[in-house]
Ligand binder design. Structure first.
Ligand SMILES: *Cc1c(COP(=O)(O)O)cnc(C)c1O
Length: 381
């Protein structure tokens, strides 16, 4: 109800709505639609949460690295102390592992926060533009709306980034380009040589933010960290949410030139990455067994899903991540039918792909369950 008068206030307020006071670009902002949590689904359908499986958010089905859990247990009693805002130990460890200097590393509250730093650092609202491919990770676009920055979406080539189209879209006002390699939700990748040639062709006035959230799942990842030396306008960003299984902690990082790093650091809140996330990430970084096991079940599960979709005659994209995008004709129908069976996947309707769903790779037991239930959920041809 609009309120017109507050007793005792003297002035009469005639606000129609708090929306009249809000930044007007928020009116058109479409909130990010996360995968449905297991608890919600269990509650709504009267199911035992233990029987519900979530194949919706590309999380690690093996859970967090056991080493990360142990490190967090040990750190719990120190939670009354603010975290190290400079994250000395974690940034040193990342620097050593990647062969760069600690000052080239910036941590984010999830790698999604790095996207926010990019806009804060390089795009003036109403003046500068950002570019990404159609069907690229949707957060680049959402953040552009939030920051009131013009966002150019270039046409894709069969769900792949078209790097020539991106180059052709650059104008003097362009400040940011976002690439996701591999990309989510498509799972498609950019060939290493094409990516290198692209970076050489991008003019100096554009900052390139390369999202490597699924880097660990590539069998032949490009040497993007090595390329930083020749490309001070390149920022590579990664996450602990996927291969390391720490999505709930919210931690990611960017690696870039010392100068860009200094700029990005200024956009960051002093304690943006919490204490438990820092110790867990440090432990997970060195847990090669867990990462290898994750990679192993991912590649196995992915091949298995691909052959299931082939048997059912469904078009699916060759994925380089821990998920597959598949054409099911009616995404919401399949999503709802699987939900009733206690399996949560992701409908891509909100992405503008109402005929496609995305299925994350689960454990072998979860894949058994999916394989048994999925065929019956397909809409009649
Ligand atoms: C999952 C994902 C991320 C990771 O986000 P966090 O904020 O680190 O959890 C980033 N980019 C893409 C393309 C993703 O799919």
């Amino acid at each position: 109800m609009p309120w017109t008068k507050r007793p005792g206030c003297g002035t009469v307020l005639s606000l129609m709505s708090m929306w009249d006071l809000a930044n007007q670009n928020l009116r058109s902002l479409i909130p990010y639609e996360p995968g449905k949590p297991v608890d919600d689904v269990a509650r709504e359908l009267g199911l035992d949460p233990k029987t519900v499986i979530k194949l919706a958010s590309n999380e690690n089905p093996l859970g967090p690295s056991p080493k990360a859990i142990a490190a967090m247990r040990e750190a719990l009693a120190g939670c009354h102390i603010y975290p190290d805002g400079g994250a000395f130990h974690l940034r040193n460890a990342l620097a050593a592992k990647l062969g760069v200097d600690r000052t080239q590393i910036i941590l984010g509250n999830g790698s999604n926060e790095i996207i926010q730093f990019a806009y804060s650092a390089f795009a003036t609202p109403g003046r500068h533009r950002a570019i990404a491919s159609k069907w690229a990770f949707v957060v680049y676009k959402l953040m552009a709306q939030l920051f009131n920055v013009d966002f150019i979406e270039t046409p894709d080539r069969e769900f792949h980034h078209d790097l020539d189209a991106i180059l052709a879209a650059i104008t003097p006002d362009t400040r940011l380009i976002f690439l996701a390699n591999p990309n989510n939700p498509t799972g498609t990748r950019i060939p290493n040589a094409d990516l290198k040639a692209f970076l050489e062709a991008v003019p100096d006035h554009v900052a390139v933010f390369l999202d490597e959230a699924y880097q660990e799942f590539l069998l032949d990842p490009p040497d993007t960290i090595g390329w930083l030396q020749h490309h001070p306008n390149l920022t590579v960003f990664r996450t602990f949410s996927k291969a390391q299984g720490l999505a709930g902690l919210r931690i990611g990082y960017a690696v870039t030139s010392p100068e860009t790093a200094e700029i990005l650091q200024r956009t960051r809140q002093p304690f943006n990455v919490n204490l438990l996330a820092q110790v867990a990430a440090l432990a997970a970084l060195h847990d090669e067994d867990h990462i290898n096991a994750t990679r192993h079940i991912t590649l196995e599960g992915r091949a298995r899903l691909a052959s299931l979709f082939d048997r059912l005659g469904l078009r699916h994209l060759e994925s380089h991540g821990n998920f597959i995008m598949v054409h099911v004709r009616d995404a919401d129908h399949v999503f709802q039918s699987l939900l009733r069976r206690g399996i949560i996947i992701r409908s891509l309707k909100s992405y503008g792909l109402p005929e496609w769903v995305r299925v994350s790779i689960g454990t072998p037991a979860e894949m058994d369950r999916f394989e048994a239930e999925f065929p019956a959920t397909l809409p009649p041809a």
